[in-house]
Ligand binder design. Structure first.
Ligand code: ADP
Length: 638
């Protein structure tokens, strides 16, 4: 079987009840604990009417039980209920936050291992929306309603409205005079709570923002991530942000539930006061039992009637829509199995890394979240591709290719090209001829539809992609940097344990970048901003060259800059590039006459094939397309 053949059938919906269930089961203990607490809270709530019944019996003299004893029992009941509720809510919320983190991480990973056409189809904004706002609404529906915060506010509002409609002045007096625990009291407590939780809310919001930045950065730079085998690093980064978000979510949930319980305590104290005052007034003959009973009855009926049900249903509808969106984007898409296999293996080796643990759960797609055994067995051991590639030629053999989204347009049709090891090949041709497409195929961002690319005679598809990422370096004219420090950018994609500070500096020196880096405010630790925006174009290029030098891949692909740089930067960059090319099998998309002239061979790409091949002078002598291209571009070249 050729590994490129589709083996996996489209998976069922990514997010569904089955997934939720299996994720919840990962937290059995906490879940059990919180169910017990819920049972406790419910028992308390359900016994309340029994006790009110007894209360009235005492009031009308039908029961010999002393009033104070009964009231203290009711007090205990009222105290226990909020405690049980806090235990229930905090645990439930924690479980839910953890479940959401896993789902989030899994979806991130799932997007990360998609085939290239996925990224042609979906915009970064959409993906970011899926992972943050859509998942956010899934999270919200449960956490908001677990805490029943809303339900209780609805209750106190209802209470308030009943009271203001009531013509019974006495009860009004009781209500408003209940010290610090009447409805307004709890509203005030809520306001204070809100002020004290502002930092918690803020931290939560910021954690969400940095999570979404990470998504945006990863998927807008997906080609760079892939060409450096940076998937694991991005996962780890996303993982740490998900964990931070989870932590702030748990904290927020705890705050919310404490608040909710405080509100309950306030309501209960107010009720208890009503019992006491109402009771004593009945005893003194000032009020009839009926009025007190109906008032308390009202309160309770409303408590349960308005528990935010309407809101809950509204939320649920939004959530189902969000889940559907996630499913429609990600269910049934093809994942890049070669990439997934390598990643899974790497992650398995890093089980002690908290940030990566989130990615280990494989419930999203049954047992085959990442891999397909059948496929894996088709892969060769790839450990020595890198060393082989230093001394082997790279061949594009009868390569045909059409972009998956435009399958009827053959961009390459039967292209043949040999890159002799250690030599420089300049690729020239009109714009739209397919030069960048060749680069993308060599980087294995896409695979040829027919034909093959070989290294030392081996089809590159037999190597898994994370290995391949070590074999090929790509330096673009507009390189993507990540919003970490300069040093981390240079070391991007390499395992931390293998890179020393000295190596980074050595690479930077060779890339003519050391000088400007040490003049930055924090030297190598200076953050470069989103997409490296704090550096100039020439500086970014030199950092990218240092990155490629450090990676030390045997095959190098350069997308040469047209002429965006000033003369000094240009010379520094060119110098660094010459250094980088030494000894590597290099393919340059050439724009400069100097590069073309110095290349060992020039390949002219036209109509999806190599139309002319030879040295600069051979091709000039041929007086073909190359000669006329040089003729028209000579002025620009010079
Ligand atoms: P060059 O680099 O020589 O200018 P390209 O390789 O970028 O040419 O493009 C070759 C052809 O492929 C062009 O017709 C272009 O429109 C098309 N093409 C490039 N990228 C994509 C893509 N992601 N999806 C569909 N078509 C594409």
């Amino acid at each position: 079987d050729s590994p490129s053949e589709k083996i996996q059938s489209p998976p069922p919906n990514l997010i569904g009840w089955g997934l939720l269930w299996s994720l919840l089961l990962e937290h059995k203990l906490r879940l059990g604990f919180s169910i017990l607490a819920l049972a406790g809270a419910t028992t308390c709530t359900l016994s309340m009417p029994i006790f009110s019944g007894r209360f009235f019996e005492v009031l009308i003299g039908a029961s010999p039980e002393p009033l104070w004893r009964l009231l203290s029992k009711i007090g205990v009941l009222y105290a226990l209920e909020p405690i049980f509720t806090v235990v229930f809510v905090v645990n439930m919320n924690t479980v839910w936050e953890k479940v959401m983190s896993t789902i989030r991480a899994q979806i991130f990973a799932r997007v990360l291992i998609q085939k290239a056409e996925f990224f042609d189809r979906y915009k970064v904004g959409e993906l970011s929306g899926l992972l943050t706002s859509d998942l956010g609404s899934l999270k919200g529906v449960v956490s908001e309603n677990i805490s029943r915060d809303r339900g209780f506010r609805a209750l106190s509002e209802a209470r308030h409205s009943i009271l203001s409609e009531s013509s019974w002045d006495n009860m009004h007096i009781i209500y408003y005079s209940s010290p610090a625990c009447a409805n307004y009291g709890s509203t005030d407590a809520y306001a204070v709570y809100k002020r004290s939780t502002v930092p918690v809310f803020k931290a939560h919001g910021m954690a969400q923002a940095s999570m979404s930045d990470c998504v945006t950065e990863t998927f807008s730079a997906i080609r760079t991530v892939r060409s450096f085998g940076g998937e694991k690093r991005q996962m780890s980064m996303f993982g740490s942000q998900v964990l931070a978000y989870q932590k702030s979510g748990i904290k927020l949930g705890t705050f919310k539930s404490l608040n909710e319980s405080l509100t309950r305590v306030a309501i209960y104290i107010s009720l208890l006061t009503l019992y006491c005052l109402g009771g004593s007034k009945v005893k003194a003959g000032e009020l009839s039992v009926g009025i007190v009973a109906s008032f308390i009855g009202y309160t309770f009926t409303l408590t349960f009637a308005v528990q935010g049900l309407v809101n809950t249903f509204g939320d649920l509808r939004g959530t189902f829509a969000a889940v559907e969106r996630i499913n429609s984007v990600l269910s049934g898409t093809e994942i890049d199995e070669s990439l997934a296999y390598g990643l899974e293996r790497e992650i398995q080796q890093k089980v002690h890394d908290e940030n990566l643990k989130l990615f280990l759960f494989d419930g999203l797609n049954g047992k085959n979240q990442y891999t397909n055994m059948h496929y894996m067995s088709a892969l060769k051991s790839a450990s020595n591709v890198c060393s082989v590639a230093w001394s082997a030629d790279v061949c594009l053999e009868d390569v045909h290719f059409a972009y998956p989204l435009r399958p009827d347009v053959e961009v390459l049709n039967g292209l043949n090209l040999m890159l002799k090891h250690g030599t420089v090949t300049a690729l020239v041709g009109q714009s739209g001829a397919g030069k960048s497409t060749i680069v993308q195929l060599m980087a294995r961002f896409y695979e040829p539809t027919r034909g093959r690319i070989t290294v030392g005679g081996e089809d590159v598809r037999t190597f898994d992609k994370s290995e391949w990422a070590r074999v090929v370096s790509i330096v673009n004219q507009d390189p993507v940097l990540f919003s970490v420090s300069v040093g981390e950018n240079i070391a991007y994609g390499l395992p931390d344990e293998k890179v020393s500070k000295d190596d980074i500096i050595k690479a930077a020196k060779a890339a003519n970048a050391h000088e400007f880096i040490i003049s930055l405010p924090q030297g190598y630790d200076t953050l470069v901003g989103e997409r490296g925006g704090l550096l100039s174009g020439g500086q970014r290029q030199r950092v990218a060259i240092a990155r490629a030098l450090l990676k030390n891949a045997p095959i190098l692909i350069l997308d040469e800059a047209t002429s965006a740089l000033d003369a000094v930067s240009e010379r520094l960059v060119q110098d660094a590039l010459n250094h980088l090319m030494k000894g590597r099998t290099t393919l340059v998309i050439a724009h400069r006459l100097s590069t073309v002239q110095n290349a060992h061979q020039i390949a002219l790409c036209s109509d999806g094939r190599i139309a002319e091949l030879g040295t600069h002078f051979e091709l000039l002598a041929r007086k073909g397309q190359y000669a006329s291209l040089v003729g028209t571009q000579r002025l620009a070249f010079e």
